[in-house]
Design a protein around this ligand. Sequence first.
Ligand SMILES: NC(=O)c1ccc[n+]([C@@H]2O[C@H](COP(=O)([O-])OP(=O)(O)OC[C@H]3O[C@@H](n4cnc5c(N)ncnc54)[C@H](OP(=O)(O)O)[C@@H]3O)[C@@H](O)[C@H]2O)c1
Length: 265
Amino acid sequence: MTAQNRTALVTGASAGIGAAFARLLASEGYSLLLVARRVERLEEIAAELAAAHGVRCEVFAADLNDPAAPAAIMAFAQKQGLAIDVLINNAGLSGKTAFGDTPWSALAGEIQLMVTALTELCHRVLPGMRERGWGRIINLSSLAAFSPPGASLLYTGIKSYVLNISQSLDMELKPQGIHVTALCPGFTRSEFHNVMGTRDEADKLPGILWQEAEDVVREGWEAVMKGRPVCVPGTVNKLIASSVRPLPVALQYHLGNRLNPFRDA
Ligand SMILES: NC(=O)c1ccc[n+]([C@@H]2O[C@H](COP(=O)([O-])OP(=O)(O)OC[C@H]3O[C@@H](n4cnc5c(N)ncnc54)[C@H](OP(=O)(O)O)[C@@H]3O)[C@@H](O)[C@H]2O)c1
């Protein structure tokens, strides 16, 4: 089977890394199912990619904070006759307010979006991938999973979960032809910091820390195709990840507490 007969489901495809994944996969000939809340954005991207690459490109508006969304996405795919061979679990954001000052509904929404929906979608695409003996799953973790935790942020814990579960899934599923990769970008140009409300602080960080979404996506896709369970894209990010991990936990705690650039944002 070639990419021309395969379909990729990309969540959070209306912006940033997800839109870059949609562009890369369309250029390789994959049919696409694009998911996010902003359906007009998805429709624009779908029209662009269908015209540029002649691929089938469907869109589905879903709020992944809604526990019913993963089932609804898969029901739509089935109705359209789309078998999901590639899953890019990308939709995500970071809250910024302190844990104790954030309503539970917002915290629960972050967990639903980046933990429960991500895990459920992995589970829901599996039967088809197993039947066909081929599947590729990329789960968006973050360099934050390798970094010391920042005060009050759920984000580091969530992305650590994604890094961990992706490796477990890869161990279980690789013998069945299904590769799973945790993609762990550092600072990547996208709408992420606009949504988080940290654009000004982010823009003050040195340029060397930043990557373009297209570069992150290219490296992530190469990693999953080669069967690498973890991908930290970019030389600077690799250096950061490999130098933080060996530090004693007490020192990581101290660094996390002192060096979070968004603590007072
Ligand atoms: N940018 C970075 O520096 C960076 C670094 C490490 C990891 N990451 C991770 O990379 C992933 C993509 O982030 P990005 O940088 O591309 O951010 P972005 O430009 O803000 O894009 C986020 C995407 O997620 C979608 N999304 C957010 N909440 C959603 C919801 N409730 N339901 C459905 N879709 C939702 C958004 O679509 P709608 O608003 O249209 O729903 C958008 O398409 C995230 O998981 C993020 O944690 C980013």
